[in-house]
Design a binder for this molecule. Sequence first.
Ligand SMILES: Cc1ncc(COP(=O)(O)O)c(C=O)c1O
Length: 424
Amino acid sequence: MTTNAVHPTAVTPSPGAPPPLDIRADFPILARRIGGRPLVYLDSAATSQKPASVLAAMDEYYRAHNANVHRGVYTLAQEATEMFEGARERAASFCGGTTRTTIFTRNATEAINLVAYAWGRDNVGPGDAVLITQMEHHSNIVPWQLLCAERGARLRYLDVSDEGRLSLEQLEDELSRGDVKLVAVAHLSNVLGTINPIAEITTRVRRAGAVSLIDGSQAVPQLPVDVATLGADFYVWTGHKALGPTGIGVLHGHEEILEDMRPFLGGGDMIRTVDFETSTWNDLPWKFEAGTSMIAEAVGLAAALDYLQALGMDHVRAHERELTRLALELLGAIPGVRVIGLPDSDERGGVVSFAVEGMHPHDVAELVNRENVCIRAGHHCAQPLMRRLGVPSTARASIGPYNVASDIEALADAVRRAREVFGL
Ligand SMILES: Cc1ncc(COP(=O)(O)O)c(C=O)c1O
């Protein structure tokens, strides 16, 4: 791994900032050239690129250890089981959780649906409320809409301020109404980049006797996360945004709450006994893992977490904060460009949404793509937030640990040239 090397950069580092990361060489896809030009990948909020160590771990698993887990007594099966359960230990310890309460799902979306189904159906009823925020991803909206419609409960939203913040006073007001059973909030917004004050939110939620679910899909890849300190009853994230493969997500849950919950999906592995009429359930965490698990994906995720741990999440955060600062500065200096969200990179992650006056976001993304700058345009699976912001869509650049200052400069240059194409 090529960590901690100093990359030539135009950023004036913040006082005390560690040297920028230069790890591009660890990511095979970033060696690709399209039309003779290098790739500038700025869509990590959609999915991250994968280091060679992740690809190698999955390849090695299939070449040398592939077998189904938890069942066989033969050597391959034992190895596969050890690798799979070892990956769970890695996922748990990476986020300060325990193996018993760390459940593998397909992705963050499935983890939220698991809670909405297996906890929500038994704990949310007519006259109750579920409280979410206007900055949620559809994955943290639609499961609650379905639950509330089925159970006759109400779905209410915390507002997002013009700068992109939630209000703790409004949270207190909502909780004081006495009907809120669950509060679901993104740790780090995939559109605004806002880092929400999770520990303060979960403390208030617990004090009100409600349960909290935190969507850490964008936070786990970008910030040091300790679920014990954050105090969430449920904390979910998704492997493919954290340098891991697609097809694996994680749910950390409060042990007593998980024990009390009914299973989510029924089938193999999640049972202890099955009779003709009824069944009994396996222990945690397997009670929530029906069917053959995503074994190779777990192995890949463990390799990704080892890689991130070797970089150090404090270092990843500091590196991405500096690049975010540069992006806010360079994009903000382009005439007609409006950067959305908080102006201070200390309060936000590496997600920078912006609007270019006189241009549709899709035209911006299309024109910068001619220079191999990969950004996203659209509603970013956050249509209620788009309505709140009064825009149909935005352009969004998002940063990973492999980005360097020249990527941000390439983005700003490409946006300038895109404006010129439009005669702006
Ligand atoms: C904040 C947030 N939550 C949830 C998700 C859903 O992740 P997945 O599709 O991996 O379940 C995303 C993906 O973009 C996200 O950004």
